[in-house]
Design a protein around this ligand. Structure first.
Ligand code: FUC
Length: 753
């Protein structure tokens, strides 16, 4: 085995990253860094998780007050297209704001003639290393982002005296100023507002810097500081010059004025300049070695809790991009699956820590001013998927940022429930942002109803919090957080239900995320009377409410109502072919039988309504078969979990293999419907979207252990080619941990503690 390379815990390459999707991610939940590792010129793309466009705002319903009522009446009469057009015109408001890049740290070494070049990311320590020889000198650069010290740190060392010479600068696409003095480069900046400009029948998003203070965006101060051993440091034209040092240590800090989703970051902003300076001061006082030790200890305390071993082989020693290529050509490399699993856990530790923002579509890593889909929170699958592996793989505290998001969304969603639906409780729609937008988006554009009008997301998000209770058994959390939230959500759903022509209770009208059916005249329509997913979410929340109230012993009026409603809910409808009818009605034909969403299978996964041996599981299998395997990165990720729940390990593994197809990196944003992995193992929708990484990690965990009412099931979906292996530290319901070992496909040891 090569020194410092572990086939299941290390990503490594023999050349520097040329494109962002080849660079390697570091993070502490708040500060993100993508390290390119260039020998002659280093580029580190930096992020801070509160840097978003915009400021607190709410878009009230501007159409007539009874729009929803009218749409409901039309949908009951099966006038679906009319209902859609009405909602499109009178019900859809402005889109979310977007996540922003902070800027780049550039270190220009004046070129190099690298020999024996290697860069690697050790997932088990969260440390990135670049090593090469140039002009007879051996160089080593190590860096990490520290959670205990809240700084990005890099050490540059050489095996020769006075060999470290470079220019350091900070660049940003935000409005700001960069200055250098003493041993520091300072970046003071502000985030723009994202607005939609209309003209000549066209719409486009623009970034503006408003005059009005209440509309101004988040402010920030970033500082890059350098300490050297020997040599000299001096500022020059907004940059820092380091000359002839034996070694250099860079620390980078950033703080912003973001002070909560409902407070102006300018008028009620949080102090940020002094905190950034004191981060730097503290880091400089502690020095590299202590910072490193504290970081590694903090990282390992999370990372080491869980490990998967699927055996190894010679393939594991190759650079990661080569491994991906060879795996695609059919070389056996079981350690690559373990690497993908560990990478998903790594990205959770690096992207989501208590007190930070929840991971968005790109986690916390984004280098574009206008990222795909605004790099927002898409909550009709993507954000939820980000949190699927967290509890199972022993990282419970990393789910707290999602709890914060849901609590705040519930606050913002009260107003939305009242204004748009005249209903109690709260709701949110298909996406949100730092400001907890909860209204339906789309601005009246053609076709926007298919994604914008979906007031079901808080129900799905709550599924993840319900799992937190299942896993941790935390009674206080149940009483103070979960039950009040589930009640608010159930209250909204209960108020929204009415009867269909057969006397069944339905949430009407409804969409099935982003999918449409074909009307008899050939037009596409996403609005139906109700849908399988909508009713599955309602049933899930109602069932949970009663389970929680039962545990807490607090039966009230809401519980009574819900108990009466439960048996009357519209259940699954099967299609002619025995699949789950997505729009809860026979005969509606999908616009795309291979559509990426599999929303109608919600009851199988992530909910637990359909067990693998339930007769309905056949309908799920039939639906998955009709949909086909291929899809975007996250779609593959979801299907891994579905096939795992169906206890078909070989099919689940086939989908992981598809997710490991290497996708070309490059700066152009290509939107495609076939997923894979970039050379840095980031999930490719394409473009980059992090959900697939998390979905793969949770899918692998689901293949090894599943929860059930009668206790856990071990190795429910072990693929035939994972003959021998072990897993340590997976979590199961009831605050328990599991270790398993298997040989020749048979469980040989299990420990629950
Ligand atoms: C949903 C998906 C898309 C994409 C977007 C961010 O809308 O349907 O495929 O993942 O989120």
């Amino acid at each position: 085995m090569m020194r410092d390379i572990h086939p299941a815990h290390t990503l490594w390459y023999d050349k520097a990253a040329e494109f962002w999707n080849e660079a390697l991610p570091l993070g502490n939940g708040r500060i993100g860094a993508m390290v390119f590792g260039g020998a002659g010129k280093e580029r580190v793309c930096l992020n801070e998780d509160t840097l978003w466009t915009g400021h607190p705002r709410h878009y009230g319903l501007y159409g007539p007050e009874d729009t929803w009522e009218k749409a409901r009446a039309l949908a009951h009469e099966k006038k679906y297209r009319e209902a859609e057009l009405l909602l499109q015109r009178d019900f859809t408001a402005a889109p979310t704001q977007n996540y922003l890049p902070l800027g780049d740290l550039i270190l220009d070494f004046g070129g190099a003639e690298p020999w024996g070049y290697r860069r690697r990311l050790d997932l088990s320590t969260g440390v990135h290393t670049v090593e090469y020889e140039s002009r007879g000198v051996f160089y080593k650069r190590e860096c990490f982002v520290s959670a205990p010290d809240q700084v990005f740190v890099m050490r540059i060392a050489a095996n020769d005296k006075a060999a470290v010479t470079f220019t350091m600068e900070l660049e940003t696409q935000l409005r700001g100023t960069v200055t250098a003095s003493g041993k520091e480069v300072l970046l003071k900046g502000q985030c723009p507002d994202r607005r939609i400009e209309r003209g000549l029948g066209q719409e486009r998003a623009v970034h503006v810097y408003p005059e009005e203070k209440s509309e101004q965006g988040i402010e920030l101060l970033a500082i890059a500081h350098v300490e050297t051993v020997g040599g000299k440091v001096y500022p020059s034209q907004g940059k820092l010059r380091v000359e002839g040092a034996d070694a250099a240590e860079i620390s980078f800090a950033v703080r912003t004025s973001f002070n909560g989703w409902d407070r102006s970051p300018v008028l009620e902003g949080r102090p940020f300049e002094r905190p950034a300076k004191s981060d730097i001061q503290r880091a400089a006082n502690r020095g590299w070695q202590k910072l490193l030790e504290a970081h590694v200890a903090d990282h390992k305390a999370l990372y080491d809790r869980c490990e998967l071993n699927l055996g190894g082989g010679p393939e594991g020693e190759k650079p990661t991009d080569e491994r991906l290529l060879r795996h695609m050509r059919g070389r056996e490399d079981n350690a690559l699956y373990a690497l993908l699993f560990h990478f998903g856990r790594y990205l959770t530790i690096a992207g989501s820590r208590p007190g930070t923002q929840a991971t968005n579509l790109q986690g916390i890593w984004n280098h574009r001013l206008n990222p795909p889909w605004n790099s927002n929170y898409t909550i009709n699958i993507n954000t939820e998927m980000n949190y699927w592996p967290v509890l199972m793989t022993n990282l419970a505290e990393c789910s707290l940022p999602l709890h914060d998001l849901v609590k705040e969304l519930a606050e913002s969603g009260k107003r939305t429930a009242a204004e748009y639906y005249h209903a109690p409780g709260f709701c949110s729609h298909h996406n949100t942002d730092l400001w907890r937008l909860s209204t339906p988006v789309g601005n009246g554009g053609e076709g926007v109803v298919r994604w914008g009008v979906w007031p079901m997301s808080t129900g799905w998000l709550l599924r993840e919090l319900i799992e937190y209770w299942n896993y941790t058994g935390d009674e206080e959390f149940l009483k103070d957080t979960l039950y009040p939230l589930v009640s608010g959500c159930a209250e909204f759903y209960a108020a929204m239900l009415d009867e269909d022509s057969e006397g069944k209770l339905v949430f009407c009208p409804s969409t099935s995320p982003e999918h449409a059916f074909v009307l008899s005249d050939g037009t596409l329509c996403p609005i139906a009377e109700t849908t399988a997913m909508t009713m599955a979410i309602v049933k899930d929340i109602f069932t949970e409410l009663l389970r929680e109230a039962g545990t807490l012993g607090c039966e009230g009026r809401l519980e009574e109502t819900v108990r009466e409603m439960l048996p009357k809910l519209r259940g699954y409808v099967l299609s002619e072919t025995g699949a789950v009818a997505e729009w809860a009605e026979k005969g509606l034909v999908s616009e795309d039988e291979h559509h990426r969403h599999i929303s109608h299978l919600y009851g199988m996964h992530p909910a637990h309504d359909i067990a693998w041996n339930d007769p309905l599981a056949d309908a799920v299998r039939q639906s998955l078969t009709e949909r086909g395997d291929d899809g975007t990165g996250w779609s593959l990720g979801w299907k891994i979990n579905q096939w795992a729940r169906l206890r078909d390990g070989d099919h689940a593994k086939k989908l992981i293999d598809m997710q490991l197809r290497m996708v070309e990196s490059g700066e152009e944003v290509n939107y495609a419907l076939k997923g894979g992995s970039y050379p840095n193992l980031f999930d490719a929708h394409p473009p980059f979207q992090i959900d697939g990484n998390y979905g793969a990690a949770s899918g692998i965990a689901e293949m090894l252990v599943q929860n059930g009412e009668n206790g856990p099931v071990f190795l429910p979906a072990l693929p035939s080619s994972w003959k021998n292996g072990s897993v340590r530290g997976l979590r199961i319901w009831g605050n328990k941990t599991v270790d398993l070992t298997w040989k020749n496909g048979e469980l040989t040891e299990s420990k629950v503690y």
